[in-house]
Design a protein around this ligand. Structure first.
Ligand code: GLU
Length: 396
C-alpha cells in the first residue's frame, strides 16, 4: 500500500516562499507567451561582473572541484574579515574564526536561528519583514513575534516598540537594514538604541545586512560599527545582491567564535561546504577591490536611477502611499481598502496580474496584508511601466 504523506510536526505550519512562488508564476506565464511584467523577484538583473566569472573559471581549471572545510576556504574567510574590518568604528577587529561561509545568506540566517533559538523562545521580528524570517524561526521551533513598524516612520520599529513586545521568554531579534520589503534604512540613532536594548537584555541580534551596499541617501550602517558589544551579535551578509551573484549561493555569518563553531557543526551535518567554485568567485569579488567597487557603484547607480524614475512615475498619483525607499530595490505600496477585500494585498496582487499582467508580492508574505511589494531590479522602462499599471489599478 502506498504510504500517504503526513507532514511531520517539523513542517506542519510551513508555507511555500511567496517571493519564490511569485517569481515562478511569472516565469511560467512568460513561458506561455503572456507578456508579464515581473516586479516580483528580488534579484538584480545584471550579469555577474566578468572578472568574477573569469576567476571562477580559472579556479575550476586549477582544481577547485572538491570539498572544502565546512566553514569555507581560509582565504575567503580572511577576505570577509578584512572587508568587515574596513567598516569604521569597530574597536575589536573581526577574525576569520568568527566567519562561516554558507550556501547563501538564507542558509546563514537559518543556521543562526537553529543554533540560537529553540522551543519556547520568542524572537522579535520588526515587521514588515522578509518572508523567510518567520518560517526560519518557526522551523527552529521558536515563536516569531511580529512587531509592526510605524507607518509614519517608514514602517520602522523603535527600541521602545521592541521593549513593549518583549516578555521574559524573548531571546533575540532579527534586524534588516536596508529593509526587504520596504527599502527603509535605519539611522545611526535608531540602530544604536535597538542594539543597546538587545545588549542590555541579553538578546541575540541577527543583523541581515545583505542590502547594505545598495543604499542611496548617505549609505547604510552596519551593526558592526554601532553595537556596544559583539558578544550577542550575528551579522549576515553575502555576495548575491551587491555583486549580482544570486545563483552562486554564497553567504556568510560573522558571529562570536562559540556560535560560529555551533553553526559550522550544524552545517557539517546538513550541507557541508558551499560550492568550492562559488567560494573562489566570491573571493575575487572581495579581493579585486578596484574592479568590484567599480561594478558595485555602476549597479547601485542604476538602481538609484530606477528608484527615482519609479517615484517620478508615481508622482501623478498622490493618493498612492508608499514607503520612501532609501536602499535595496523594492517599493512597498499601501493597498489598504482595495475593493473591500479581507486581504487587500493578496486581492490586489491577483487583480494586477490578471488585469494588468504585472507580478508583485502581496504584503501578507511580509506580515502586513495591507501592502504589496514591487521590485524595481529590472530595466527602467519596465519598472516604470509596471509601477504605472500598479498605480492605475489601485486608483481605478
Ligand atoms: N530575497 C529575495 C526576495 O525577497 C529573493 C527571493 C527569496 O529568496 O526570497 O525576493
Amino acid at each position: 500500500m502506498p504510504l500517504s504523506f503526513q507532514p511531520s510536526p517539523n513542517i506542519a505550519r510551513l508555507k511555500e516562499s511567496a517571493t519564490l512562488a511569485v517569481a515562478a508564476k511569472a516565469r511560467a506565464l512568460k513561458a506561455q507567451g503572456i507578456p508579464v511584467i515581473d516586479l516580483g523577484a528580488g534579484e538584480p538583473d545584471f550579469d555577474t561582473p566578468a572578472f568574477i566569472r573569469r576567476a571562477a573559471a580559472a579556479a575550476v581549471e586549477a582544481g577547485a572541484t572538491r570539498y572544502t572545510n565546512t566553514e569555507g576556504i581560509l582565504p575567503l574567510r580572511e577576505a570577509i574579515a578584512a572587508d568587515a574590518n574596513r567598516i569604521e568604528g569597530q574597536s575589536v577587529p573581526v577574525t576569520p574564526a568568527e566567519v562561516v561561509v554558507s550556501n547563501g545568506s538564507k542558509q546563514s540566517l537559518y543556521n543562526a536561528c537553529v543554533c540560537c533559538f529553540g522551543p519556547g523562545d520568542e524572537v522579535l521580528i520588526p515587521t514588515p519583514a522578509w518572508t523567510s524570517y518567520f518560517e526560519m524561526v518557526d522551523l527552529a521551533r521558536a515563536v516569531a513575534v511580529p512587531v509592526v513598524g510605524d507607518p509614519a516612520n517608514s514602517l520602522k520599529v523603535t527600541a521602545a516598540m521592541l521593549a513593549a513586545a518583549a516578555t521574559p521568554r524573548t531571546r533575540g531579534l532579527m534586524l534588516n537594514s536596508p529593509s526587504n520589503p520596504t527599502g527603509a534604512v535605519y539611522s545611526r540613532e535608531e540602530l544604536a538604541s535597538i542594539l543597546t536594548l538587545a545588549a542590555d537584555r541579553g538578546w541575540w541580534v541577527i543583523a541581515d545586512e545583505i542590502y547594505r551596499r545598495i543604499a542611496y541617501e548617505g549609505g547604510a550602517l552596519s551593526a558592526l560599527e554601532i553595537a556596544p558589544t559583539r558578544d550577542n551579535l550575528i551579522v549576515i551578509n553575502g555576495v548575491a545582491k551587491a555583486y549580482a551573484m544570486t545563483g552562486w549561493r554564497i553567504g556568510w555569518s560573522i558571529a562570536p567564535p562559540a556560535v560560529s563553531k555551533a553553526m559550522t557543526a550544524f552545517q557539517g551535518h546538513t550541507t557541508s561546504n558551499a560550492a568550492a567554485v562559488s567560494q573562489h568567485a566570491a573571493l575575487a569579488a572581495l579581493v579585486e577591490r578596484e574592479q568590484a567597487d567599480a561594478a558595485v557603484s555602476h549597479m547601485v547607480q542604476s538602481f538609484r536611477q530606477r528608484r527615482d524614475a519609479v517615484l517620478a512615475a508615481l508622482a501623478p498619483f498622490p493618493s498612492v502611499r508608499h514607503v520612501h525607499p532609501q536602499g535595496a530595490f523594492y517599493l512597498y505600496v499601501n493597498v489598504e481598502g482595495f475593493r473591500g477585500a479581507h486581504d487587500p494585498g493578496a486581492a490586489f496582487a491577483a487583480a494586477v496580474l490578471d488585469e494588468h499582467q504585472v507580478a508583485i508580492v502581496p504584503g501578507n508574505a511580509f506580515g502586513t496584508p495591507g501592502w504589496i511589494r514591487a521590485s524595481y531590479a529590472t530595466t527602467e522602462s519596465i519598472a516604470v511601466e509596471g509601477l504605472t499599471r500598479v498605480a492605475r489599478c489601485l486608483t481605478a
